[in-house]
Design a protein around this ligand. Structure first.
Ligand SMILES: O=P(O)(O)O[C@@H]1[C@@H](OP(=O)(O)O)[C@H](OP(=O)(O)O)[C@H](O)[C@H](OP(=O)(O)O)[C@H]1OP(=O)(O)O
Ligand SMILES: Nc1ncnc2c1ncn2[C@@H]1O[C@H](COP(=O)(O)OP(=O)(O)OP(=O)(O)O)[C@@H](O)[C@H]1O
Length: 375
């Protein structure tokens, strides 16, 4: 169990939901394709003008003051807000789907805890969108931001938050893990895509990696340094588990952390359970699946979740892990999924028959002939 057990999953009738205070200090933390994540500060900022150095981080806690009562529901939480995109849905709808369809499939200790929060009274979304726009402008000219906060990654610019009534409070895994190191990775497709060619030599994820690396190579950009094959995450071979742990952590071959991670993969059932759920929720694949079928959407969601791991300093202590980014996928993504699959098939990315100029010999998928031959 983690140091802090998750509170029980609440009902979402709306009556007891926390309301984000108007004057709640916040700072941009990070973002993905669909959400922006903010730190919210229940304690005063320690250095004026540098809001990223805040007392809400565990190391600063000893120094700080008592958190006012009305801010306690926000202690150790991040605010996760959806972007205004056709494929995202308001947090109240997505949270209900998470409660009904996703959370019951996994033990609570393997889930990042999430709860709804009222946003409207705070007017926070407007402020955050102004901040994102400032960030875009500074990013475009690579100029400084007063607060020295991170710039937006180029591919994320120009997209802003939806003006919703609710957001999500998620447990901040960096504080949940206290003094331990937090690592995050996406296990992606733990089984081959049901619509991949029979003679595939790459799984869905390795095929995608090959396709992307070839595009990067053509553009003269460096390729991803340490790809891993997700099928290895459920291998029964301890040596394969160590190798995939080294790849994910981008560690040295003798890394103690990688050994701990490999041990966790061997002993914890989570990856096997996730694989089983991905398989049982979609046996047909993206071409034949009904995009309105909730099970199929759950499968696609589970194929894109993130795992946050708390890696302890003590080599004898075990790793603890929680799954996040489990918003049910929108049926509107079906066109993208089918086009993606078709491009992987047509480009020869599954079968390793991509054009000579694009060859990607360094991606060694668990399905490749060399791996099957035990080399
Ligand atoms: O299509 P994939 O497998 O590349 O997955 C997409 C992810 O790319 P990845 O391969 O993890 O780098 C992609 O992640 P990034 O943009 O690469 O951070 C998103 O997670 C996307 O989902 P959504 O648009 O946020 O709903 C993901 O789309 P789907 O999971 O809906 O396919
Ligand atoms: N509970 C958490 N604790 C710590 N950091 C988090 C947490 N949730 C999100 N983050 C950080 O914010 C980033 C973006 O969050 P998230 O993955 O939820 O965005 P997304 O848009 O849903 O992602 P995707 O691109 O996969 O769709 C994460 O990669 C992680 O660095």
């Amino acid at each position: 169990m983690l140091a802090v057990d998750p509170p029980p999953i609440e009902d979402i009738s709306g009556t007891h939901l926390p309301v984000l205070p108007e004057d709640m200090p916040w700072t941009y933390l990070d973002e993905g394709a669909a959400n922006v994540v903010y730190r919210i500060h229940t304690r005063p900022v320690t250095r004026p003008g540098d809001a990223s150095k805040v007392a809400s981080r565990p190391a600063d806690r000893a120094l700080d003051q008592v958190v006012p009562l009305h801010l306690r529901p926000f202690e150790g939480k991040l605010l996760r807000l959806r972007k205004n995109l056709p494929t995202t849905i308001p947090a109240d709808v997505s949270h209900r789907q998470w409660l009904q369809l996703i959370a019951p499939m996994f033990p609570p200790e393997h889930l990042v805890h999430q709860q709804l929060v009222h946003l409207k009274p705070s007017g926070i979304v407007k402020q955050m969108n102004e901040d994102l726009k400032r960030r875009d402008q500074a990013s475009a000219i690579n100029g400084p931001l007063k607060s020295k906060q991170p710039l937006r990654p180029a591919k994320r610019r120009g997209v802003y938050l939806a003006d919703d009534n609710y957001g999500l409070l998620v447990s901040d895994m960096t504080s949940e893990c206290r003094k331990q190191v937090v690592r995050e990775f996406k296990p992606k497709w733990l089984l081959q895509s049901p619509s991949a060619p029979r003679d595939s030599v790459r799984c869905r994820t390795c095929a995608t990696t090959a396709q992307r690396d070839a595009a990067r190579q053509r553009a003269g950009e460096p390729v991803k340094s340490s790809p891993f094959c997700p099928l290895d995450l459920t291998s029964r071979d301890p040596a394969v588990l160590v190798r995939v742990a080294v790849q994910i952590l981008e560690a040295g071959p003798n890394s103690q952390t990688a050994k701990q991670f490999a041990k966790w993969l061997q002993e914890c059932n989570l990856m096997h359970h996730l694989r089983h759920m991905q398989e049982s929720m979609d046996r047909k694949g993206v071409f034949e699946a009904d995009p309105k079928d909730k099970n199929f959407l759950v499968a696609m969601t589970l194929r894109d979740c993130s795992i946050f791991m708390c890696v302890p300093d003590d080599e004898n202590a075990s790793i603890e892990a929680r799954m996040g980014d489990l918003d049910l996928k929108s049926p509107d993504k079906i066109k993208y999924w089918r086009e993606t699959e078709q491009a992987l098939i047509d480009g020869g990315w599954y079968t390793g028959t991509e054009v000579a100029q694009d060859r990607q010999p360094n991606i060694v998928c668990a399905l490749s002939p060399t791996r099957r031959a035990g080399v």
